[in-house]
Write a protein that binds this ligand. Structure first.
Ligand code: UDP
Length: 344
């Protein structure tokens, strides 16, 4: 009997067939966003191989059911060996350094890790016959935007080495795809936040620099206060506005990109955000409400390189890949992050 499958189901069963018996290689799968992508892949029945040197990745974020190759992506012998041992259908690349002030003080570290090592990975994967690549990119490629919401066609003028390192990889991907059989998706994340609702993964940076986990550590009395970086921005309350997106919704976008590329879809660059901006002071107020705890704040100077407002238009990925965020409310995002903080 022929089953009447929806288009989404047909595409999914077709792409699963494309990946059959082969692995999805997740570089940086022991990191914050990578571990959530691993959860989404395993839930859909994909075989997952994590490649991570565990330098910033955490063993406790490795998900049961995935394989691990521990080593350095930038070591050609190691990464070529990985592709020789495992049949890989596609690569998702999360392994990068992402702390803006550190990229300013140590740019070589960022260009070596984020650019040079990605070139080594790409070369090894293409030589092994793997043609599908999904890149973690960032809103930092836009720099100070002319207007918001930001669309993908707007100028890319990153203001720090971190943003430049990601833009360089995007340009390298475009050049390589013009010369070799590479199909790629570059996903420009706005502010990733929250935790897996089942608490199988969450944010665990050391040191922590991101706003929401810092606020929640104050709420949990792990640190005394949060400093608001700048209260003189041209925004309604003077603090910076960002577009916070739930990490599970980001992971879902990777799955859609994977299905699209494995199904023969074309390469593309997409923003990922909710399209709504919240100021730093609004995030702190929301965290007070969600946690019912006190959050002591201190007003501080601006952090160099921070644009006043970053809000995404995600219309392109909604149109092309059918992406719809499912955890859009800031309360929901903070609630999952809070439960994760309490579970540590
Ligand atoms: N921020 C802040 N205090 C902190 C950490 C961050 O005021 O301790 C602000 C930061 O200036 C930015 C927003 O919170 O406007 C989000 O910063 P985060 O580091 O979380 O992400 P980024 O936007 O740098 O990727």
């Amino acid at each position: 009997m022929v089953k009447d499958l929806s288009l989404a189901e047909r595409t999914k069963s077709m792409t699963m067939t494309c990946a059959e018996g082969r692995y999805i290689l997740v570089a940086g799968g022991a990191g914050y966003i990578g571990s959530h992508a691993v959860i989404a892949l395993l839930e859909r029945g994909y075989q997952v191989l994590v490649v991570d040197d565990l330098s910033t990745g955490r063993r406790e974020l490795l998900q049961p059911g995935c394989s691990l190759e521990e080593g350095d992506l930038g070591d050609p012998e190691f990464i070529r060996g990985v592709f020789a041992r495992y049949p890989v259908a596609a690569v998702m690349h999360f392994a990068a350094f992402s702390i803006v002030p550190e990229s300013v003080s140590d740019p070589v570290k960022y260009y070596r890790n984020n650019v040079a090592k990605t070139v080594t990975l790409l070369d090894a994967m293409l030589d092994a016959g793997c043609k599908v690549f999904i890149l973690s990119s960032t809103a930092a490629v836009y720099g100070e935007p002319e207007r918001t919401p930001i669309e993908e066609g707007m100028p890319t003028r990153p203001t720090n080495p971190y943003g430049r390192s990601k833009l360089m990889i995007e340009q390298i991907l475009a050049d390589v795809a013009a010369a070799r059989p590479l199909h790629y998706t570059s996903l420009r994340y706005f502010n990733a936040a929250g935790a897996d609702p089942g608490l199988r993964a969450g944010e665990l940076h050391e040191p922590e620099t991101h706003l929401i986990p810092i606020i929640l550590q104050v709420a949990a009395e792990i640190r005394p206060s949060v400093t608001v970086f700048g209260t003189d921005y041209p925004t309604h309350d003077g603090s910076c506005i960002r577009d916070y997106i739930h990490v599970t919704d980001l992971a879902e976008a990777h799955l859609l990109a994977l299905d699209h590329l494995l199904g023969g879809g074309s390469s593309g660059v997409y923003n990922l955000g909710n399209g709504t901006g919240f100021s730093v002071l609004e995030v702190i107020e929301t965290a007070r409400r969600v946690t019912g705890r006190k959050v002591h704040l201190v007003e501080g100077p601006r952090r160099p390189g921070d644009p006043a407002v970053l809000v995404a238009s995600s219309a392109r990925i909604a149109r092309d890949l059918g992406w719809r965020p499912r955890h859009q409310e800031l309360e929901q995002i903070i609630d999952t992050a809070w439960r994760w903080t309490l579970s540590r």
